[in-house]
Design a binder for this molecule. Sequence first.
Ligand code: HMG
Length: 385
Amino acid sequence: MKIGIDKMAFASTDQYIDLTELAEKRGVDPNKYTIGIGQDRQAVVPPTQDIVTLGARAAQKLLTPEIARQLSTVIVATESGIDNSKASAIYIKHLLGLDDYVRTVELKEACYSGTAAVQFARGLVTLNPQESVLMIAADIARYGLNTPGEVTQGAGAVAMLISANPHVLAIEPTSVAYSRDVMDFWRPLYATEALVDGKYSTNVYIDFFKNTLARYQQRTGRRLADFAGIAFHLPFTKMGKKALEAVLQGRNDEVANRLRAQLTASQTYSRQVGNLYTGSLYLSLMSLLQNGQVTPGDRLGLFSYGSGAEGEFYSGIVQPGFANYLSDVAHDLAGRRQVTVAEYEQLFNGQLGMREDDVQFDTQADGAPFVLAGQKDHQRIYQRQ
Ligand code: HMG
């Protein structure tokens, strides 16, 4: 029985900054951001948006009444949780009007947990093939104003339906997960911004990619030539290039050039929104499917990485008609509004703090379908608009 990704949808905020403008304001050569890091634009998050509103917005795009009836479980993968106890999946389930007889849970391991959610969902569907799992990877990547990580911020959510007989990607049985206790990036409970050993984190990422790919190749006997393309977790687009080049080792043959071209296609959307943390690999997959040379029957590789650290390499086979089961990402990105760096800084500082209460936000200015209206009695108040 084939199990895998049946439908995919993406949502981000409606505002972005231009990174050339940010570079100028920060006194940095813009080429460092657009070429050295490989990012052009970055999603800006108003106080009325968080992982619940973004996750619900992405999931709403793939739901139909029939799909909603088949759901056994909603899994939210995130490292931008809004509560230390209650799962964001419960809020999202409520906003989407899903049946109460649905399991809801939140998963965490930095950017990796999106892939853990996919693997857990596969297990659930194997046990009950007539049921589907809604998996949502939603995050807001915050490093702070004027930090080296600032250019690698971002925000958004990818929602995926995991089902039997999937329409997008049938996941193959072999996957290699690898974890080690590493301090490359973390966020203590009292912090709203991540702490990071940036250069070290890029080295650990490459090491985990080489390691999991080599073991996958050993176990399957497959070579790079067997992949039509590889989608990477993209904290910034240059990271995927660094990792791919580490295994191509300067090769300039047909296979190497094909994988390079597919990598460029997979980076298109990340360049426009920045790091999505848990959703980043899956936005990269959507970008490859919508902008690359992909035909049904092709095998795609997927490399997931989460600091802390955990990596996984796995693969899937593209299914006939896949293009009809993806939300129109290019259209959504084109509809966003550019804000100035000053506006971005104001919105950045206006995010709901860790200890604030009795806060009300002006939701009029936010045209998104779901908004965070404020917090009262230490409870977040969400609205459907
Ligand atoms: P930095 O120190 O500001 O940048 O931090 P740099 O000096 O290393 O320069 C970056 C690149 O720009 C270099 O290229 C420069 O040569 C180039 P590279 O040598 O790396 O190929 N450059 C230029 N290019 C063209 N024209 C110029 C120019 N100037 C310089 N004028 C860093 C960069 C990524 C470290 C920082 O942004 C950071 O700390 N980011 C956050 C951490 C991160 O994203 N790590 C990625 C791996 S870890 C991961 O993926 C997990 C994560 O998603 C979290 C999770 O799992 O939850 C982050």
